[in-house]
Design a protein around this ligand. Structure first.
Ligand code: FES
Length: 108
């Protein structure tokens, strides 16, 4: 196995519907994971990109959250229709999609 260029963690945490924190699972994280898997496969990028479903990444109310290394960039409120631009712009062109960054205060 060659060293991956990107490692993508997609929060797949679920919680009961009435839980006050909400969850990425309830915000469509499963469909986001499937969109990444399908598009990375079709673009033949699975040799250079590792896809992992994670547990909670922190900002549950902003789900679905996607954390990408090596940069440590978190994308928030991601929907399946956002995945193509992340792959094309970030992974292929090397230009992260600033418009989809998590708010800066997520990290404070
Ligand atoms: S449930 Fe996804 S960040 Fe907490």
């Amino acid at each position: 196995m060659s060293k991956p260029k990107y490692h993508v963690f997609i929060c797949g945490q679920t919680r009961p519907e009435d839980h006050p924190r909400g969850s990425c699972g309830a915000s469509g994280a499963g469909a986001v994971f499937q969109a990444f898997a399908m598009q990375l496969t079709s673009k033949k990028l699975l040799d250079s990109t590792v896809l992992t479903q994670s547990s909670c990444l922190g900002p549950c109310h902003l789900g679905a959250n996607v954390l990408i290394y090596p940069e440590g960039i978190m994308y928030s409120s991601i929907k399946p229709e956002d995945v193509d631009v992340i792959i094309e712009q970030h992974f292929i062109k090397g230009e992260p999609v600033v418009e989809k960054f998590a708010p800066a205060d997520v990290w404070s």
